[in-house]
Design a protein around this ligand. Sequence first.
Ligand code: ADP
Length: 490
Amino acid sequence: MKAKVVVAIDLGTTGNRVIAFSREGTIIAKSYYEFPQIFPQSGWVEHNPFDILNTTLDALRDVVKVIGVNNVTSIGITNQRETTILWDKFTGKPVYNAIVWQCRRTENICRDLKQYNKVIKEKTGLVLDPYFSATKIKWIIKNVPDIKKKIFEGKIIFGTPETWILWNLTVGNVHCTEPSNASRTMLFNIRTLEFDPKLLKIFAIPGQILPEVKNSDSTFGVMDKKILGKEIPLVGILGDQQASLFTQCGWKKNMIKATYGTGIFIMTNILKKPVISNKLLTTIAWKIGDEVNYAMEGSLFIGGAAIQWLRDNLKILKSAADSENMAALLKDNEDVYFVPALQGLGAPYWDPDARGLLIGLTRKTTTKNIVRAVLESLAYQTRDVIEEMEKNLQFKFKVLCVDGGATVNNFLMQFQSDILSLPVERLVNIDSTALGAAGISAITTGFWTKEQFEKMKTIDKVFKPIMNKKNSNFYYAKWKEAVKRCLKWK
Ligand code: ADP
């Protein structure tokens, strides 16, 4: 007889992953499928919702084939946040492609709503930016023919990817989300924990299309028998960054994590009371039982994506991994700086009109300088966010916990530690978002205890600062100067 497992569905931006974990926390089976990225215009990003669904089902079937359907104790879900889908609840057909979190098409809508900045910040903890779902929903309602009539007739519902998948796995029975995702829609009041009528009015979004918001550790429903031949409880949902915070044991006070993937997401749990910052996001980490935990977050749109850009657009790298050796060939930055404002700048600048900048070039400059400047820029941006957090929370962090694909780069990690003058603690290279989803699911069902789960956090390496503080402050001051010069370019 095969062993019992908990299964995580990880709905990512480039692909979907399903992983089965044993009682000891080891990976028993996994499967991953990429799906196409659709770029209809510059700055626009879409996914086909059926690609999201079908790759999820394929990955689920692969994993279940290995572990046996009877051995799944529960399924937890984590997901790319903010990505917006509206569909017809009678036909199951989306009315438009999913508009992805990265998509900038609603910049004008945001500009038009500028007068509401303050009330939006106060209620949602977010910055009025195309990143979040509200203006994406508004765009779909404005641009899809006949949709207003269908909404009036009660046919249309909205969800981010976890809601779409939950609805499909329950064959249309469950239209739900939970607070870590709801708090990214820009329609959710993070104090009352409800969708806010005033926000719905500002964005002109009809409340009846929104999902029910349950606790993050809820049993949301059961996967319909038709899908894998057996009903399986769907327990626990967290947005991807909240899931990685969960994996990093982010319920501990003063713990801070940074996930270096396509973007960089820095998050700290601020526990039971929201602290509102003008330059950072306040969001919900999770609601478990009766307890809500809030988080402060800095989202950087470009992280590892800048390395992809060096590889795929400039073609000065064969692989992302080559960047480490190339950068390390130089003794220092030779005064070359890069600002990765390739999609405008996110936290803490929030300037959609900023554009990428490379400065300090001379006749001596080579591709090595560029690669090094790009890697260093990821660390400077991270310091920008952490300094802002420290200012808001009036507290100095002692260590930065890191995970994500780009953390394999030792040069980057050492430089990050030097620029922050803080130790950087790297997790073993695991899928931290999937483990977080498995964690909330398994702890809720009792498959794992919280203590067992804490022990699954395995540190691979700690990078300690070796640069003196004076030098690190000098480099950082120069970075700030470079940032000033790239703002409001467009
Ligand atoms: P996501 O979950 O956002 O798809 P991952 O956590 O899988 O991201 O990380 C992939 C990102 O990490 C890519 O943007 C890639 O360029 C970057 N990356 C991968 N390996 C390295 C490396 N050795 N050095 C720097 N960046 C890297």
